[in-house]
Ligand binder design. Structure first.
Ligand code: ATP
Ligand code: MG
Length: 487
């Protein structure tokens, strides 16, 4: 016991050293001074302390005081000469200051009790200890005093420092209480494990599995926030595997759950599309930070379970899964409260087109096929190629190398043709208005026919992408359908 507490003291001293430079900023001294004048204990607490110790850059600072947090924030703003307004959220008893590039949130210490069917606690004023107990994880409950008398003292009642060193996610109280009180914490546990590369203790993990149904009281927006943070992690597969193992996945993302498992027929099995998808996602994450491209990776094969069919002679087929998948996306986005705007359309487009580059290499890389891909993918062509490269998950290294080389060739061709023919941001060289004016016709079928003929001729390389050749072709097509210029 003595050895333990000695070790703890050493660790604590190291922590204080690590913090010393940061704490000595005028900001923290100023907060301490103002709180001293009010006779209130004050602490920097939670995510900021954790992230400084992990050397993760953060700009969000949480300040907790035993007493009124809003009044303290207002006095600190005066003392620091901050002219912009303090944002006050009376319902939550919090106030927010912006200082330099930092967001500083002030809150009074609180004690919470929960009702069974709501995430919204009944809040009372509490002590430091009450406040630390209601925090989600031991690593998020670390507090450092800012009052002059014990400036820099670490208050770590749940051995958060030791968990931080060991890379462990664990709740301060009985996990069944912590998770049942606020089930969002189950998603947060998995998100932190994924973001930080930490391990959730067995007891905590078991408790998530046991309390999973409670997730139903959490709003879809908050769940989507956590999924997005998992998705943006260095190795997102970890989070999805934990969601699956705890049983949360089928509640929050049933379509992805459905991808798990293999069917076999006459001894022929297809690959497990859940693990394949996760591998694609991890591979993509190494190449791009674009959240929506990562969503496209998660969803690219989402219709495989629905389109799966065993065909004699051909084996397992997933006919048109890219089209069916693209059609599923609005429903999934709507339910998860993800944006229904151009971001969703972008994901849809990539899912729909994800088979095209591979078809290109397997058949022949003709100029016309390249132009058509550029036309359909437009400015998202490079992202589509990145997705397709990540989609190669064969265990056969030779095959992987061959595919990657082929895609390199496609990329090269795309570049050449794009430079030559400017298809990526295709604007018809002869507009509908011009066609209507030349032939003195109203909008209608003929205009569409001529425009399409021009577009196809350009994409097929029959004419160049310029006004002169397009105008000639327009005259020819018009003649074919019995139109004459009205000059
Ligand atoms: P991030 O900013 O990456 O989301 P964070 O830990 O800073 O991580 P915040 O949501 O900013 O998370 O919350 C700040 C602190 O408030 C946390 O560190 C934790 O102590 C506490 N906290 C936040 N959400 C909860 C919750 N649902 N239950 C209990 N404590 C929470
Ligand atoms: Mg934070």
């Amino acid at each position: 016991m003595e050895i333990l507490s000695a070790t703890h003291q050493i660790i604590t001293s190291i922590v204080i050293l690590a913090f010393k430079e940061i704490l000595e900023q005028p900001l923290f001294r100023a907060i301490g001074k103002v709180a001293d004048d009010c006779g209130q204990p004050v602490f920097v607490i939670g995510g900021y302390v954790r992230d400084i110790l992990l050397q993760r850059p953060t700009t969000d600072i949480d300040i907790m005081t035993v007493g009124n947090g809003i009044e303290l924030a207002e006095k600190v703003a005066v003392s620091l000469g901050i002219r912009s307004k303090v944002s006050v959220f009376r319902n939550f008893g919090t106030a927010m200051l912006r200082y330099k590039d930092l967001d500083i949130e002030f809150v009074g210490a609180r004690k919470e009790s929960y009702q069974r069917n709501s995430r919204k606690p009944v809040v009372e004023d509490g002590t430091l200890e009450d406040d630390q107990k209601r925090r989600d994880f031991t690593i998020n409950a670390l507090a450092i005093s800012l009052n002059e008398a014990n400036f820099g003292e670490l208050i770590d009642p749940f051995n958060g420092i030791s968990d931080l060193n060991k890379g462990i996610i664990r709740t301060p109280l009985d996990p069944d209480v912590t998770f049942s009180d606020d089930p969002l914490r189950m998603m947060r546990a998995i998100r932190f494990a994924t973001q930080l590369g930490f391990t959730i203790t067995d007891e905590t993990l078991l408790s998530i599995a046991q309390n999973k149904e409670r997730i139903s009281i959490v709003s879809p927006e908050r769940i989507a926030d956590e999924i997005n943070k998992i998705m943006l992690s260095h190795k997102p597969s970890k989070g999805f595997i934990l969601l699956e193992e705890t049983g949360l996945l089928k509640l929050v993302f049933p379509e992805l759950q459905k991808m798990k498992g293999v069917d076999s027929f006459n001894g022929i099995a297809h690959k497990d599309n859940f693990y394949h998808t996760l591998k694609v996602l991890d591979q993509l994450a190494l190449k791009s930070d674009n959240l929506w491209l990562r969503w496209a990776a998660v969803l690219h094969d989402i219709a495989k379970p629905n389109t799966k069919k065993f065909v004699e002679g051909a084996g397992w087929t997933f006919y048109a899964h890219n089209y069916v998948g693209a059609k599923m996306i609005p429903g999934i986005f709507r339910r998860m409260k993800l944006p229904m705007n151009e971001k969703m359309k972008y994901v849809q487009k990539l899912v729909e087109l994800h088979m095209r580059p591979i078809a290109l290499v397997e058949e022949e890389v003709t100029d016309s096929a390249i132009r058509r891909l550029l036309f359909d993918a437009g400015e998202d062509t490079d992202d589509l190629m990145t997705l397709c490269e990540a989609d190669i998950t064969s265990k056969n290294q030779d095959k992987v190398r061959r595919h990657l080389e082929n895609f390199q060739l496609v990329r090269q061709k795309l570049k050449e043709i794009d430079e030559k023919d400017a298809i990526r941001n295709f604007q018809p060289p002869v507009s509908g208005e011009e066609i209507m004016e030349v032939f003195q016709i109203a909008p209608g079928r003929e205009v569409g026919l001529i425009k399409n003929a021009i577009k196809d001729a350009i994409l097929d390389g029959i004419i160049g992408n310029n006004h002169e050749e397009a105008f000639q072709l327009m005259l020819e097509k018009a003649r074919e359908i019995g139109l004459t210029p009205a000059s």
